[in-house]
Ligand binder design. Structure first.
Ligand code: NAD
Ligand code: SER
Length: 332
């Protein structure tokens, strides 16, 4: 599996290296997605062209020029963009679903105001392209839960979901009004072995691997049959970069694209882990995150992403579990 990971770099590298005139700022680079995105973009464009930033320097980016940057500080954001001649911004800073519900007003402030700062930079022609992630949290309890289509009822019940839905509308509006080249994906729950998740409802699907290897047992905060859309981080990073690299005329949706991956419940992933660790046990103690999970789709239809820019997922549950255990063994 490690080799497959390397091949992902190589194939993307081969395809795009020649067009590398980009200088890329990643906001919220110290988080679950940012760590892996920084690494992958650095492989493609060269570390000197990738500027990771976050609230604090945790010392994890040894080969990049790191900036301490609060996404809410518009002046400093502008200064960093000018200092490095930034052409693209990947804006990842946000409060996620679980932490957002604990601090709703701040979640709304952070998730919305920081997006406006980045959209305005592009509107004023300081940067050329924006990536901003949305989420399956844009859907709500009135959305059809199985094979959820791109266009459907969307009545999110979390502040996180409301902020992502509003963000999608604003992105499309900035594209229509000002031609801002903003691109977005509604990520499912993301599962990777290189970084820790930061406060979402799908985080159990990462924690379970760490606990399986450490203690051979896990207490899950969702009930056993709670199926949710999930994806290996490697697929998510590849989708993100493929979307950003696609010719502009292929991008027909400027809100955010549905992205399908895998759908499984805690019971199903535990059964798959047991095939590798036979004495692994799981117990269930649902908490406030159960209601959030219950309001989200169980699986996603991503026809538009497949048709418009050629998306195709690589990992199924079997491959994902194998890859996570293999890579985390000896490290947790
Ligand atoms: P995370 O919580 O792991 O990381 C977020 C990072 O943003 C953290 O390093 C944090 O320090 C930083 N940050 C917080 N406030 C900031 C501020 N004011 N200024 C600068 N940085 C700040 O989140 P993640 O999982 O990496 O998610 C990144 C983005 O992807 C978010 O927008 C999230 O909504 C979206 N997303 C993630 C998932 C997932 O499963 N991880 C799924 C759907 C969507
Ligand atoms: N993984 C994210 C969360 O659970 C989905 O956006 O919040």
């Amino acid at each position: 599996m490690k080799n497959i990971h390397k091949l992902v770099y190589l194939s993307i590298q081969k395809k795009y290296m020649s067009s590398s005139t980009e200088k890329i700022l990643i906001i919220g680079a110290g988080g679950q997605i940012g760590v892996e995105l920084t690494e992958n973009l650095s492989h493609i464009y060269g570390s000197n062209n990738i500027i990771p930033s976050d609230l604090k320097d945790a010392g994890i980016f040894k080969n990049n020029s790191f900036e301490v940057l609060d996404a809410l500080d518009k002046t400093n954001l502008f200064n960093v963009v000018k200092k490095h001649n930034i052409t693209q911004v990947y804006h990842l800073a946000a409060l996620l679903s679980a932490t957002g519900e604990q601090n709703p007003m701040f979640a709304w402030k952070l998730n919305m105001e920081s997006l406006f700062h980045v959209l305005d930079l592009a509107k004023e022609k300081h940067i050329k392209q924006i990536y901003w992630p949305s989420s399956i949290a844009v859907f709500g309890p009135t959305t059809p839960q199985k094979n959820t289509p791109q266009y459907t009822v969307m009545e999110p019940s979390t502040i996180y979901g409301i902020s992502k839905q509003a963000g999608e509308r604003w992105c499309e509006w900035y594209f229509n009004k000002f031609g801002v080249d903003v691109r977005s994906i509604r990520y499912p729950g993301l599962i990777g072995w290189k970084s820790a998740p930061g406060g979402g409802t799908t985080d159990y699907a990462v924690h379970i691997f760490h606990q399986a290897l450490k203690t051979k047992s896990y207490e899950c905060f969702l009930s056993e049959d709670t199926a949710l859309p999930m994806m290996h981080m490697e697929d998510a990073i590849r989708a993100t970069i493929e979307l950003m690299q696609a010719p502009a005329d292929k991008i027909k949706i400027r809100g955010a694209y549905n992205l399908g991956g895998i759908s499984f419940s805690p019971k199903q992933i535990a059964e798959e882990i047991k095939k590798h660790i036979p004495d692994f046990t799981i117990t269930y103690k649902p908490d406030f995150r159960q209601a959030i999970a219950d309001s989200w789709p169980k699986s996603i239809n991503d026809t538009e992403a497949c048709q418009h820019w050629g998306w195709k997922a690589n990992y199924d549950l079997l491959k994902l579990v194998e890859n996570m255990l293999e890579n985390l063994k000896g490290k947790v």
